[in-house]
Write a protein that binds this ligand. Structure first.
Ligand code: MSP
Length: 499
């Protein structure tokens, strides 16, 4: 039986249309999901929308819609984006679904039974934009406004009856857990942030609201709805069918942006510990896509629309660019000149050109069939792809290095072909021509297999020209050279150059 692997993206607030930052988060998770599939895993890949809370209620009012009408409308935009990005998600969850409210209410009851919840009163700062409570030390005054120093979002004073979760009981348990599971929070640089937050002292967390009603009702209460983050985080458990017959919980990895690390690496494990539910294995906080020097976000009005860019440059090209250029885990600036440069030099001039040259020669001199090779005698004929390194690189979630290594391998094959000059040798009736083309063609096969998680459509198109259907693409094929005499079809222009 196949080993399973469960990966999630954050679930997005449908408070506004998606932008490039959201697309980045989802694409990176898709790349990992697809790589695991190539490696033989049965992958569950979850994404979706986070639809409750004050922020959504306010956005709905602005548009003169009921919250659910508003969510139906914008959630669909996020759903359509999964298609536009060619995500291989196996589920799309909406927190307004019945399966979800049932799960969250069940979790609430467990927390209650385990004596982890009590009723009191919350007085403190709240940011609707972050849907987060902040302590007075995290808040500062700027131009008559109170804002959260870390996120810059406006906070308001809230005083209301509230249920509390006994987060303070989990300080040592969490610190112990991080110590025993050093890979739980990744990249490692983010771990210290979390540890110092927990060490600074955890206060009990308000987990219900009474001043508005767009949320999942607290069981047994007619005025409290649940705090949106308790509701939202539970989506990962809902989709795994945890309380059903066959569940694939715990998650192997939650992919999130660094701004929501506290919720995932502190609150979420504490809720789960309190409910005696196993913890996810890893939380990866990636960096931000910056516009200039700022985080791209709707409130800053500096967004790049993923749909427009994809329509102009092509989806796989954008996926490639984001995965290669932004170091996974760090912030990255993206701009159109850089994007064009990347497409031209890596894709059109390197991989595209290599494939064009090899196919043209095979077409002309070998009747479009894989050359028949008897001997591969020269050292340079054994240009193996560094498969083990690449696997480790991906397992360490260094997606950028994975892509860079593949492209440098492609440069190596280009150099090999340049040095061997098969177009000269063919004129001299040199026997080695078939071998050279055979080596280069197998290298191209491997390049496109490994690029499949990054550029699924380009990879499938190319590999189909070698007679490999999409369902057969796997890491195992890396070691299997093409059969001589296999009939090839000529790929069309793989990558267009941009000026
Ligand atoms: N709804 C919560 C997540 C709940 S998960 C249980 C949320 N939603 S969000 O729509 O505001 O953000 C979703 C994700 O998009 C976050 O991980 C956030 O980091 C990411 N990004 C938003 N802007 C981004 C960039 N400019 N760059 C990269 N990722 C960014 O938070």
């Amino acid at each position: 039986m196949k080993k399973s692997f469960y990966i999630t993206t954050p679930i997005y607030y449908p408070s506004a249309k998606p932008h490039m930052g959201h697309a980045y988060s989802s694409i990176s998770a898709d790349v990992i999901a697809r790589f695991k599939r190539l490696d033989g895993f049965d992958v569950k890949f979850l994404t979706g929308t986070d639809e409750h809370g004050q922020k959504i209620q306010k956005s709905a009012i602005k548009e003169n819609l009921s919250p659910i009408e508003f969510c139906d409308k914008i959630s669909k935009v996020f759903f359509d984006l999964t298609k536009k990005l060619n995500l291989s998600n196996t589920d799309f969850i909406r927190t307004t679904e019945k399966r979800h409210s049932e799960t969250v209410q069940r979790l609430w009851k467990i927390l209650e039974e385990n004596n982890k919840i009590y009723l009191s009163k919350y007085s403190g700062w709240y940011s609707v934009s972050d849907e987060a409570f902040y302590s007075k030390d995290e808040v500062e005054s700027v131009e008559n406004k109170k804002i959260c120093s870390a996120t810059g979002s406006v906070v308001e004073w809230v005083e209301e009856e509230s249920f509390f979760f006994k987060l303070s009981e989990f300080q040592d348990l969490l610190l112990n857990f991080y110590q025993k599971n050093p890979d739980f929070i990744q990249p490692a640089s983010r771990k210290n942030e979390v540890i110092s937050f927990v060490k600074s002292g955890l206060k009990d967390l308000s987990i219900s609201r009474t001043s508005f009603d767009w949320g999942i009702p607290v069981p047994g209460s007619d005025k409290h709805i649940m705090y949106v983050w308790l509701d939202a985080l539970t989506n990962y458990v809902t989709a795994s069918n945890f309380f059903g017959e066959k569940s694939f919980w715990p998650a192997d990895i939650h992919i999130i942006g660094k701004d929501i690390l506290r919720f995932h690496a502190v609150y979420w494990p504490a809720f789960l510990m309190a409910a005696e539910i196993p913890l996810p294995k890893k939380i990866f906080g990636h960096g931000w896509i910056l516009s200039g020097d700022e985080k791209m976000s709707k409130s800053k009005g500096n967004i790049l629309d993923p749909i427009e860019i994809i329509d102009e440059f092509g989806l796989d090209e954008i996926r490639y660019y984001l995965m290669k250029e932004v170091i996974y885990g760090l912030d990255g600036k993206i701009n159109i000149d850089n994007l064009k440069n990347c497409i031209n030099s890596d894709l059109a001039n390197n991989v595209g050109n290599l494939s064009q040259r090899i196919f043209t020669l095979i077409n002309k001199h070998f009747s479009s069939k894989v050359p028949d090779v008897k001997l591969l005698k020269e050292d340079s004929d054994f240009l193996f792809i560094p498969m083990n390194n690449l696997k480790t690189t991906m397992e360490n979630l260094e997606i950028h290095n994975y892509v860079r290594e593949i492209i440098s391998y492609s440069s190596k094959i280009n150099k090999y072909v340049n040095d061997e000059e098969p177009w000269v040798k063919v004129k001299n009736y040199d026997d080695r021509v078939g071998s050279i083309l055979y080596v280069a063609l197998n290298a191209l096969k491997n390049i496109f297999i490994l690029l499949h998680p990054i550029m699924p459509e380009k990879s499938e198109n190319f590999l189909s020209c070698l007679g490999i259907p999409p369902e057969n693409i796997s890491l195992q094929l890396i070691d299997q050279n093409l059969d001589s005499n296999t009939k090839l079809t000529m790929p069309g222009l793989l990558f267009k150059k941009h000026i």
